[in-house]
Ligand binder design. Structure first.
Ligand code: IPE
Ligand code: IPE
Ligand code: MG
Ligand code: MG
Ligand code: MG
Length: 310
């Protein structure tokens, strides 16, 4: 698979998710809904459309494709996880969290609208994710829908993304009287990152495996891939924060050090973090050996995660 082929695949997967989200975020109420307030919908559309790499949808799609599954149901699972991701970004950027003004190359939702609307837009996206999964258009088999729901909920909640965000803010030292960053070791930082970012990336792979009715051994191999990829992803994000330019990255850079965030870059320095990243990419790729060439897109995805500039 050439780099161009990979790019085309990434773009096609992103376009499919974008089109579906556009349809899901229309003004007409669904059965059981009373009305869709225009300002809320506008903020949700602003958060979700026209930006982002759509990496999690790409992972769902390419993992499901390993098992010959594709189509609208798969894209709905993609839209669901992207809604969780989108909501996590809207809330992550809030003044009470990371207080950021730029996201995906444009003003953050609370800057373009207001804080209350941004909170509600995030809440709306979180709820919509599970609405999408519960609908039988996602998969005719209710057991698959329940398994998808559980995987996404576990990855997103207390013991996953939300929990990781809590640990991330605690590590900054916000809740200590002196306000000094915690003396986190590497193990604590790895846990924090596995939760705040890794869990959702691993869930994207797992959702593809669930849709694909993967057997135990295949599912375990994919879980190893997903975990390594998730860890690699956050190191790359931290390197971009330390070394990237906001104009390319699409969000402010240099903020982790300024806020005393606990990252592997702050613990190990740039060079060692880069080595770690390369090692994790190899680990992710090696986990896919049982799938042979069928998994070439997922292998290229691991390279993409490490080499991305935004
Ligand atoms: C950024 O995620 C936030 C983290 C989880 C570190 P992405 O880099 O996937 O953001 P988008 O979706 O492409 O904007
Ligand atoms: C945020 O991590 C992860 C989530 C949104 C769950 P960061 O705070 O590092 O993400 P960016 O750098 O703002 O995208
Ligand atoms: Mg954050
Ligand atoms: Mg942030
Ligand atoms: Mg970051």
């Amino acid at each position: 698979m050439t780099q161009d082929d990979f790019r085309a695949r990434l773009d096609r997967n992103a376009d499919a998710t974008e089109a579906l989200l556009d349809g899901l975020l229309r003004p007409d109420p669904l059965p059981g809904e009373l009305a869709r307030p225009a300002r809320l919908l506008e903020a949700m559309r602003y958060a979700m459309l026209g930006g982002g790499k759509r990496l999690r949808p790409h992972l769902v799609t390419e993992t499901a494709r390993l098992f010959g599954r594709e189509g609208d149901g798969v894209t709905r699972a993609c839209a669901a996880i992207e809604c969780i991701h989108g909501y996590s970004l809207v809330h992550d950027d809030l003044p009470a969290m990371d207080d950021d003004e730029l996201r995906r190359g444009k003003p953050t939702v609370h800057r373009a609208f207001d804080v209350a609307t941004a909170i509600l837009a995030g809440d709306g996206l979180l709820t919509l994710a599970f609405d999408i999964l519960a609908d039988d258009a996602t998969d005719r088999d209710a057991e698959i829908r329940v398994a998808l729901t559980l995987a996404l909920a576990r990855a997103s909640g207390i013991g996953g993304m939300v929990g990781g965000q809590m640990l991330d803010l605690e590590a900054e030292g916000r809740f200590t009287p002196e306000g000094r960053p915690l003396a986190n070791g590497e193990a604590e930082t790895l846990k924090l990152q596995a939760m705040k970012t890794g869990a959702l990336l691993a869930a994207a792979v797992d959702m593809g495996a669930i849709i694909g009715r993967a057997g135990g051994e295949q599912r375990r191999a994919l879980a190893t891939y997903g975990r390594a990829l998730g860890q690699a992803f956050q190191i790359a994000d931290d390197l971009l924060d330390a070394e990237g330019e906001a104009a390319t990255v699409g969000k402010a850079t240099g903020k982790d050090a300024a806020k005393g965030k606990s990252t592997l870059v702050s613990h190990l320095g740039l060079a060692v973090a880069r080595d770690r990243l390369a090692g994790l990419v190899d680990q992710a790729k090696n986990a896919l050996s049982t799938f042979g060439h069928n998994a070439d897109t997922l292998r290229k995805t691991a390279d993409f995660v490490a080499e991305r500039r935004s």
